[in-house]
Design a protein around this ligand. Sequence first.
Ligand code: FAQ
Length: 305
Amino acid sequence: MTEQQRFDERIAQEIAIEPQDWMPEEYRKTLIRQIGQHAHSEIVGMLPEGNWLTRAPSLKRKAILLAKVQDEAGHGLYLYSAAETLGCAREDIYQKMLDGKMKYSSIFNYPTLNWADIGVIGWLVDGAAIVNQVALCRTSYGPYARAMVKICKEESFHQRQGFEACMVLAQGSEEQRQMLQDAINRFWWPALMMFGPNDDNSPNSAQSLAWKIKRFGNDELRQRFVDNTVPQVEMLGMTVPDEGLHWNEASGHYQFSEIDWHEFNEVVAGRGLCNEERLAAKRKAWEEGTWVREAALAYAAKQNL
Ligand code: FAQ
């Protein structure tokens, strides 16, 4: 049996591929790309929420937000470790992100303008991330699948705290209710864009599905998110900013309008509202952290003497 046949058999039998196993070069490259982008998303994703750490409305909310942002750093670290098992160096893929040569999720290029945005990010953004990541718990590469299990548990807590923060606003003053609706209006479509282009325009999907890196297409997961979330919007007494949204009796799903793909493509190409600001913040942190990395390395070298 050739190495390729052994690999194909493992994929067919749902046996995880592990770092020491032979794998096609393209499989390895696709995983480094996806896991790397996923890791970058967690790290850049700390910025929009970090913006509100000093302005959270109470000590309780500040403590929760601090823990959530810290979890995101942890998720980034697991994911960089998972990527490294494929033979890449984290410094290298991190530098690619800083140079704009590797992507991170489009969602983090939108600004967080008011406190309701923080509740809505937990509820909608983590909610969308969970739908995608629960599917990835069964991805074919072992270290990625295992990282997803722990990450999903933490994201699930994030999603609930986000919904709870939104519930408080929904039961608050008229001004608070308007703030919540405004945040939903701004984050609804970007959250739907997190699932990527339509399947017809998704160059990586067919091969990633065949290799079981992806378990479902982008459209199916996006639909799952809409079906889960519309009743939650209604429960809050809020509305979805989509006049075309309706329940389709025949399909058993909510039908929604076409996404603004021009906006999606612009944001992914680096021309979103906050792309420059996000990368500038990460470059500054990297440069200003040089002495910390040097000191840590010098300390480690001394310990090994
Ligand atoms: N933004 O052929 P496809 C989080 C790119 S959750 C930017 O469909 P693929 C938690 C795509 O990379 C967010 N780029 O690609 C959190 C590809 O570009 P390339 C992170 C996007 O990979 C919550 C090209 O378009 N989650 O961070 C986007 O098969 C709250 C063509 O697309 C993950 O990364 C986009 N939205 O499917 C943190 C999940 N969509 O590389 C803080 C893992 C597509 O060929 C606060 N990733 N692109 O130049 C995946 O499941 C997949 O990579 C998809 C895209 C579904 C995102």
